[in-house]
Design a protein around this ligand. Structure first.
Ligand SMILES: Nc1ncnc2c1ncn2[C@@H]1O[C@H](COP(=O)(O)OP(=O)(O)OP(=O)(O)O)[C@@H](O)[C@H]1O
Ligand SMILES: [Mg+2]
Length: 253
C-alpha cells in the first residue's frame, strides 16, 4: 500500500502538484487519469523518487520515503518495477537480456537462477519464443510485454506504468491492461498506471484518481465514475464518445 499525504511539487516556482493525498492499495490496479499536463507523470516520477516533492509524505507500506537512509532508499528502489512510456527497451540487447537486466543490476543471482526467472516471466507474458529477438524485430505490443516482463522480473512490490497502452491497437491495449491486472492480483502488487485510455478505465479501474491542474479533483472506481455528477469528471468523460455512451447507458439502468 502506498499512502500519499499532501504532496506538493513545483518547477521554477510553478506549482504542478498542489497538495495531493490518496491511498493506492495492494493488489489493486490504481489508475491516474486527467488531461495532458495535469501532473500524472510528475506524480508517478515523485513516487519513483525521480522528483522530490517540496512538502508532503509518500509512505510505502509504513516506510516514509523522505525519512529513509540512502541504503534504505536503494533497497526500496529494488522493490519497484517500472514500465516507461514507449517501453524504453535497450535496442542492442535481446529480449532475454533486456528482461535479465534488473536481476544483474540488483541481485546476486547466478546465471542459472537468472535464466530460470527470465524464462518464467517471459512465459508469463506469453513470449517464450522471443528470447533471442531484438526489440526492433518484434511488434509494439510484444515490446510492451517485454517491458512488463522486465518490470516484474525482480518480484516488485510496486509496479508503475506510464501510459502502457499508448500506440497500441484497441485489442492489444486490452490484452496489456488485462495482463497488468492479472499480474497485480496474482502477485499482490501495488500497481499505479497513468492512462489516457478510457477503455482502461472501464476494464481495470479498481481505483481511479482524476487529476485536474495538479489537484485531485475526484477519486472512485470504474462503476462510480459513470454515476458521478462531478462536473470535471463528466466533462472529461464526455470528451470520449464511447465513454459518453457507456455513461448514458449506466445512468439509464
Ligand atoms: N522536469 C520538469 N521541469 C519543468 N516542468 C515540468 C517538468 N516535468 C513536468 N513539468 C510540467 O508539469 C506539468 C505536468 O506535466 P506532466 O508530464 O505530469 O503531465 P501529464 O499529466 O503526464 O501529461 P500527459 O498526459 O501529456 O503525459 C506540465 O505543465 C509540464 O510542463
Ligand atoms: Mg504524462
Amino acid at each position: 500500500m502506498i499512502e500519499i499525504k499532501n504532496i506538493e511539487k513545483s518547477f521554477n516556482g510553478n506549482k504542478i502538484l498542489k497538495g495531493i493525498s490518496t491511498v493506492f492499495e495492494t493488489g489493486k490496479t490504481n489508475l491516474i487519469i486527467g488531461q495532458s499536463g495535469s501532473g500524472k507523470t510528475v506524480l508517478l516520477k515523485s513516487l519513483l523518487g525521480i522528483h522530490t516533492p517540496e512538502s508532503g509524505q509518500i509512505c510505502f507500506d509504513g516506510r516514509v520515503y523522505s525519512e529513509l537512509e540512502d541504503d534504505e532508499k536503494r533497497e526500496l528502489r529494488t522493490e519497484i518495477g517500472m514500465v516507461f512510456q514507449g517501453s524504453a527497451l535497450f535496442d542492442s540487447m535481446t529480449v532475454a537480456e533486456n528482461v535479465a537486466f534488473p536481476l544483474k543490476m540488483f541481485t546476486k543471482d547466478n546465471r542459472a537462477a537468472v535464466k530460470e526467472r527470465v524464462d518464467f516471466v517471459l512465459e508469463r507474458v506469453a513470449l517464450k519464443d522471443a528470447h533471442d529477438k531484438l526489440p526492433s524485430e518484434i511488434s509494439g505490443g510484444m515490446q510492451k510485454r517485454v517491458a512488463i516482463a522486465r518490470a516484474i522480473v525482480n518480484r516488485p512490490k510496486y509496479l508503475f506504468c506510464d501510459e502502457p497502452n499508448s500506440g497500441l491497437d484497441p485489442n492489444t491495449a486490452t490484452l496489456i491492461d488485462n495482463l497488468i491486472k492479472e499480474i497485480t492480483e496474482e502477485y499482490g502488487i501495488t500497481t499505479v498506471i497513468n492512462t489516457h485510455d478510457m477503455n482502461s478505465v472501464m476494464e481495470i479501474g479498481d481505483n481511479i484518481l482524476f487529476l485536474k491542474n495538479g489537484i485531485k479533483a475526484w477519486q472512485g472506481n470504474k462503476d462510480e465514475i459513470f454515476k458521478t455528477d462531478n462536473e470535471d469528471v463528466v466533462a472529461f468523460v464526455y470528451s470520449s464518445n464511447l465513454f459518453r455512451k457507456v455513461r448514458e447507458a449506466y445512468l439509464r439502468e
